[in-house]
Design a binder for this molecule. Structure first.
Ligand SMILES: Cc1cc2nc3c(=O)[nH]c(=O)nc-3n(C[C@H](O)[C@H](O)[C@H](O)COP(=O)(O)OP(=O)(O)OC[C@H]3O[C@@H](n4cnc5c(N)ncnc54)[C@H](O)[C@@H]3O)c2cc1C
Length: 395
């Protein structure tokens, strides 16, 4: 389905090459590959556009010690399980190898170095523009990542801080920080695991826990929390939370003496209403109990003396690592994005057709049951919907 021909007036660039496909997919991470694999399985051609020179770019650049927090069984992409010899929680490198094998299996060959600059629906077709090419398709799947652009909080006094500062997206391992006082800001799964890594590499980590959070062990009596969450997700939210809180009392107990407060609402409601997933603990809580990782409240300001917290205390730090999350970059290239994104730049519909005809989003929801599992479900659903939609177009 790929044909090259001279550009039309849409790009207003005489040298731009025009390329057609049934479906255009933006991003060659797990979501884009899952979409392409499921579409191939449904007999639909697609083109995957990737700004970098490799697929799975985000995974290749995650920190060294990272293993999936979710089970391999529920972290695989459509129609191809992870290898049987993988452990229950595969490593970063195993995930990357699996993504490569997935692309090979389905014959997916992303077009690399193709950063999408503009995507627009015009005259019933999707027009997607990169520096060198102009793609035209009946449908567009946006799979450019929930964790796209690092968020750097604008701390007062940052210019006066004499230590260094980095985002968790650039963190590889704790070796360079041996013997240093390091403050990790943010206690999601990345921040909590980086604190462990720092401690194991001989640094002195503190972890900012700004607001109340739910902490769940990754496994309870050998049963992964992902399994328990899936069972609870079938129940009404109130009941699921009542059971979850009982489990939390037994498994984790009260951590308020260490500076970790539990929210007044249960974990399921917190995910549904605020999109905040619990921290899946793989050892951080033990280190906190042993005072090997120190919990600090929210940051008020930075300065020459160090970091001042909302409780008025100031402590010196050599390094601040911001595990403060990401935003999507969708609005940068998608025209009329205000019709489909909320105030957090997240699509309001995913795994189904969005408010704009022929536009689908995959990989922008982080449920308690795991994002990769959600990507698998969304890609399967979108490919089925597109099969119907494209048949209608062709009839
Ligand atoms: C540290 C970390 C650990 C995680 N662990 C787990 C886990 O254990 N279990 C789980 O279920 N989930 C986990 N997740 C969440 C999620 O599964 C991953 O973020 C996953 O990589 C999402 O896949 P994706 O394809 O949607 O996004 P990405 O992997 O970010 O891929 C998006 C791709 O789109 C490309 N792109 C972006 N913009 C453009 C553009 N304009 N033009 C062309 N290409 C573009 C990017 O270069 C990238 O390659 C984790 C996330 C992080 C950050």
């Amino acid at each position: 389905m790929i044909m090259a021909e001279p550009a039309s007036d849409i790009t207003r660039q005489a040298k731009t090459q025009l390329i057609h496909s049934d479906v255009i997919i933006i991003g060659a991470g797990p979501s884009g590959l899952a979409a392409a694999g499921a579409l191939t399985r449904n007999g639909i051609s697609s083109i995957v556009l990737e700004q970098h020179e490799q697929l799975g770019h985000s995974w290749r650049n995650h920190y060294d010690r990272l293993h999936l927090h979710t089970m391999k069984r529920w972290s695989a992409l459509p129609f191809l399980p992870m290898p049987v010899d993988y452990p229950r929680y595969p490593s970063r490198d195993q995930v990357v190898a699996y993504l490569e094998a997935y692309a090979d299996h389905f014959g997916i060959r992303p077009r690399y170095g193709e950063k999408v600059l503009r995507a627009q629906r015009l005259d019933g077709f999707w027009h997607v523009k990169t520096e060198a090419h102009h793609y035209v398709g009946a449908a567009l799947v946006v799979a450019s990542g929930y964790n796209h652009r690092p968020i750097w909080p604008d701390f007062e006094g940052r210019d006066n801080f004499t230590g260094s500062m980095m985002h968790s997206s650039s963190y590889r391992n704790g070796k360079p920080f041996k013997g240093q006082q390091v403050l990790v800001v943010g206690c999601g799964n990345s921040g909590a695991e980086i604190a462990i890594d720092l401690y194991e590499c001989g640094a002195f980590p503190s972890l900012v826990v700004r607001s109340p959070i739910h902490v769940l062990p990754r496994e309870l009596n050998g049963i992964p929390t992902q399994v328990n969450s899936l069972i609870l997700s079938k129940l009404p939210v109130g009941l699921a939370d009542a059971i979850a809180v009982k489990i939390l009392n037994l498994a984790v107990g009260d951590l308020s003496a260490y500076g970790i407060r539990r929210p007044s609402i249960g974990p399921a409601r917190q995910v549904n209403e605020f999109g905040r997933v619990p921290m899946l603990d793989i050892g951080t809580v033990d280190l906190i109990r042993q005072n090997k990782v120190i919990v600090r409240p929210g940051v008020r300001s930075l300065g020459a003396a160090g970091v001042t917290f909302v409780n008025g205390e100031t402590h010196p730090y050599d390094v601040v690592i911001l595990a403060t999350g990401y935003t999507t970059g969708i609005a940068d290239y998608l025209q009329e994005s205000d019709k489909v994104l909320n105030e957090k730049n997240l699509p309001t519909r995913f795994g189904e057709e969005s408010q704009i005809r022929g536009l689908y989003f995959i990989g922008f929801r982080n449920p308690i049951t795991g994002m990769l599992r959600e990507i698998d479900l969304e890609a399967r659903r979108v490919s089925r919907l597109l099969r119907k939609q494209l048949r209608r177009v062709m009839v």
